[in-house]
Structures are given as structure tokens and as C-alpha cells.
Design a protein around this ligand. Sequence first.
Ligand code: FAD
Length: 303
Amino acid sequence: SVIARLSAPHVGPVPFSVEFFPPKDQAGEERLWRAVRVFEQLRPAFASLTYGAGGTSRDRTVRIAGEMARETTLTTVAHLTAVNHSIDELRALVGSYADQGITNILALRGDPPGDPLGEWTKHPEGVAYAEELVRLVDELGDFEVGVASFPEGHHRAPDLEEDTRNLVAKLRAGAEYSITQMFFRVDDYLRLRDRVVAADPEQGAKPIIPGIMPITSLASVRRMMELSGSTMPSDLDERLARAAGNDEAANRDAIRAVGIDIATEIAERLIAEGAPCLHFCSLNFAKATGEVLQRLGMDALVA
Ligand code: FAD
């Protein structure tokens, strides 16, 4: 279980975890497995695998999550979203995770396929909110369920109070922990934690695992921020823009170096503030996250 793994022995001041996505093709899958094998040696608390927004990658998520659970030593967390699924289909999916030995599920509502910021419509026989998915998964068996949390507030929540109420509702429904959307302002994470504790001390005791993404490309981080409705602090954006100069392609190494500096600074502050774990969005590459871990003294290979 994720909760048990958070208090298991680890290298460095806090455990870390890593997020992968199901690749589209064979080359992508080979890259994924290379990254998985490198991370495996660094002994993360857990590894999570995202669930495709569109539909085509869904079978792949189930298959690859099963392979990760069976063929590696990683505690595997499979993401699951409610998009375009009836409750019957969701039940069957949870069943196929269970058949593959997966007991850790991150329950998400998901975004509308195509335009993540577009209008969300519930499947006529599906669920409307992640909270319902948490209950559904919980009643289907012996699963440990996690949910998403949003340091800047979810882009559809009218304000932070409502956003906090929703997170607390998901935790009360049975989620044991949350993983945050990646962010660049540590204060936003700390304020989220304070809000949840103030709203419900019992639920506030559950781990809020911060999501960190070491930036390796300016264009892709800007796009990712746009798609998730979050923002980059202007000082960080300026540092990256300075590294990029007027030729992003030619200055890739400089951007990457700044991206690794930024991720390390964020991680150091999170550690000082008592974060329970650092969750790295690897984009299926081990190198950038590996460098951050090394700088933090959390790299089992060099320890
Ligand atoms: P919910 O908790 O259901 O919230 C959705 C919105 O509804 C919020 O604005 C909330 O405030 C509001 N709300 C909730 N309950 C109520 C209510 N009762 N009444 C009124 N409003 C309500 N997407 C993928 O497609 N695949 C993935 O694998 C994936 N992994 C992710 C991992 C992490 C760590 C994070 C942070 C996000 C991930 N996402 C993924 C994106 C996620 O699906 C979207 O951010 C989605 O928009 C919100 O999902 P949720 O589970 O937080 O939704």
C-alpha cells in the first residue's frame, strides 16, 4: 500500500514516487521500460501510471500497469478516470486491475477528451465526480484509493473554499491520500495543506503528496500549464526564458539545467516543510528526475 510505503525505509530525508504514462507505440514503450528499470533501482515508494484521456490508451494502461505490478518490484498505482465510462464499465475496469494484482488506484474524474478545459459531460450511466468513483472502487474490494488535489484550486472550482470542500469530501468518502497537480509555488501547496487541516483535522492528517515536474522544455511546460489551467510564477518563467534566449532549440541544455535547479529548489523547500513524499512526473524519462534526486541525496545508487 502507498501509505505503508511512505513510512518504509528510504534513502534521504523523504521518500519519492514517480509517475509514468502509457506510451502510444513500441518505441515509446521501450523508453518507458528503460525508465522503469532505472527508477526501480532508486527504490521509489510507489510508481503510478496515468489513464489515457482519449480512450485508445486505456487498454494499454491496464496492460502496462499489470506488467509493472507483476514484473517489477514497484508498488504500482493505477490511475482511473470516469470519462466516457458507465458504472458497469468502471466496475469491470476495477476488476481487471484487481485481476492483475493491482490494489492501489488513483480515482479521478478526468477531463473531457480533446479539450481538457472544455465542457464536462457525465456518461449517462456513469459518475459525475471523483468522490463517487472513490466510493465505487472502495465497495468493489480491498483497494487503497488516492485522489487528486490542486494547490491552485481546480480550474472548475469557483473558489478555493469549494475546492477544499471537494477534496475533503473525497477523503471522507474513503481516499487515503491525495497527489497534487504539479505546481511551482510551494506556498500554494502549504496553503492547501492548511486549508484541509482547518476544514477537517482528521482528513487533514492524510498525506498530500506534492507533484513535481523537472522542466526540460519550455514549450512543453507552457502547454502543460495551459491545459491544466495552472500558472508559472513570472520569476521562474523569466529564468527559463533567459536560458532559452532567442533560440530554444539551440539552448536546450541551458533550459534543462534551469529546470533541474527549479525542481531541486522546490523539492528542498517541500522537504523542509515536512512533505510526506515527492511525486515526480517523469514523462517516462529517468534522467532529469534522477539528477534532481541525486542533488537531494535521495539517489540510492550513489548512496
Ligand atoms: P473531481 O474531484 O470530481 O472534481 C472536478 C470538479 O468538480 C472540481 O472543480 C470540483 O470542485 C467539482 N466538484 C466535485 N464535487 C462536486 C459536487 N458535489 N458539486 C459540485 N461540484 C463538485 N486525468 C486523466 O485523464 N488521466 C489521469 O491519469 C490523470 N491523472 C491525474 C493525476 C493527478 C495527481 C492529478 C492532480 C490530475 C490527474 N488527471 C488525470 C487530471 C484530472 O482528471 C483533472 O484535473 C480533472 O479535471 C479533475 O479530476 P478530479 O478527480 O479532481 O475531479
